[in-house]
Design a protein around this ligand. Structure first.
Ligand code: ADP
Ligand code: MG
Length: 397
């Protein structure tokens, strides 16, 4: 094949895997940088394979210089794994198929490794192709004029590839940052909500302060408790929010069945005070899991608190039960409170969603995060005016 034709064909062979890679990464939203690198390396090795297979290069042809392009790209991207793999494949093909001298091949690749120290230099591709041209000249004793022509042509070809690669980088970066923006947006939204949630109580406080006449004893008796309550509410929101953003579980071997009993015991005085019937049925066995005792306790307290807050009738009940099968430890908290209608069920697990006057809407969000850290799941069954049943499944290790 004519060198220029080969060059054109080669350009297509190089672009095809790179384009496939680009589309794949850009449209696949779940690729992290490690996978990204892997696919890029795969594209480079594919290019090398296609070149050897379809360019019909004769063993004595200086066109072989084109097959050094994937290695050049890997060096410029500083992808050490691809560099090593490409070098090994390259040495083997040139030695086995093209019968090049193995020692000169090893020396050439050693020199490439050494000069790759200056890969950040703009002239690096030129230096790289010069070294390979000199090698080919010595190895093949090729017509020097033709070699120089090829040398110039390959440099121009690489200029185009370089432009393409830079554009590709831009596209990849754009898609990666889109993903980050998405996460950032969520954080911003919650900050916005936080600001909003705290602004309300503060505005109420300010309103009362404006009306407050310090010489009027009635004012003080009436307004100060309200102000105190609003401040307490703001603190509660901040506290819940902080525990969500600061989630750090410290796991240890712990008895989860005992934890349920302990939480129930802690609530007993409150149950008694509010005339709530409390049934507790625990398996009579110790069940050890690898978990964060304090965090899991927080989850259970959140759930029982929600149940207590849902109760409003005479014959109020909260049943707590634990069960075990060979895969999961299960905790069930059941109440016969107000329950949830469809609208509430749709939203209750969203951050800041609350139907309570003094709620923060963060309890369930926080609990879900903690349970996620334990690979545990939580499911709600609720019916308006009948009650709510919460089921937690904690995998046994
Ligand atoms: P908060 O308790 O501050 O409102 P949560 O995240 O704990 O926030 O709960 C969100 C909402 O889910 C509650 O406001 C309530 O509407 C609903 N909910 C949770 N648990 C129950 C329950 N046991 N019975 C009825 N509604 C519940
Ligand atoms: Mg709650």
């Amino acid at each position: 094949m004519n060198f220029l034709l080969v060059l054109l064909f080669s350009f297509i062979i190089i672009l095809f895997p790179l384009l496939t890679y680009l589309f794949f990464v850009a449209y696949n939203k779940n690729i992290d940088s490690k996978l990204n690198k892997f696919y890029f390396g795969l594209a480079l090795i594919t290019i090398y394979y296609l070149q050897i297979k379809y360019l019909q290069i004769n063993y004595d042809s200086s066109v072989i210089i084109i097959t050094f392009i994937p290695l050049l790209i890997a060096i410029i991207k500083d992808d050490k794994i691809s560099i090593s793999i490409l070098m090994i494949i390259q040495i083997l093909t040139l030695y086995i198929i093209y019968k090049y001298n193995i020692y000169s091949l090893l020396i050439l690749h050693l020199i490439i490794i050494i000069i790759s120290l200056v890969r950040k230099n703009k002239l690096f591709p030129v230096i790289y192709f010069s070294i390979i041209s000199i090698f080919l000249f010595i190895e093949l004793r090729y017509n020097i004029l033709l070699l120089i022509f090829n040398y110039l042509a390959i440099n121009i070809l690489y200029l185009f590839i370089d432009i393409f690669l830079k554009k590709g980088d831009k596209i990849i970066n754009y898609h990666m940052s889109l993903k980050e923006i998405e996460q950032e947006k969520q954080i911003q939204q919650s900050l916005f909500k936080i600001a909003h949630e705290i602004k309300n109580p503060l505005a109420v406080c300010k309103g009362y302060f404006d009306m407050l006449d310090l010489n009027n004893k009635k004012h003080i008796e009436k307004y100060i408790p309200v102000i105190k309550e609003e401040i307490e509410h703001s603190l509660l929101i901040l506290q819940d929010f902080l525990s969500i953003t600061k989630i750090k579980v410290e796991k240890d071997i712990m008895d989860i069945n005992m934890l349920v009993e302990e939480v129930n015991d802690n609530f007993k005085p409150l149950f008694k005070n509010k005339k709530i019937h409390n049934n507790i049925k625990l398996i009579d066995d110790e069940v050890y899991i690898n978990g964060d005792y304090n965090r899991l306790k927080q989850v259970l307290i959140n759930i029982v608190k929600n149940s207590i807050e849902a109760l409003n009738k005479e014959n109020s009940k909260i049943n707590i039960m634990t069960m075990k099968n060979n895969k999961y430890f299960q905790i069930i908290v059941e109440d016969n409170g107000v329950g949830m209608d469809e609208e509430v069920i749709k939203h209750f697990s969203e951050p800041f969603y609350t139907t309570k006057q003094n709620g923060t809407g963060l309890g369930i969000t926080l609990s879900k995060e903690i349970l996620k850290e334990h690979n545990a799941t939580i499911t709600y069954k609720s019916e308006k005016m009948i009650g709510t049943k919460v089921l937690i499944n904690i995998p046994l290790n």
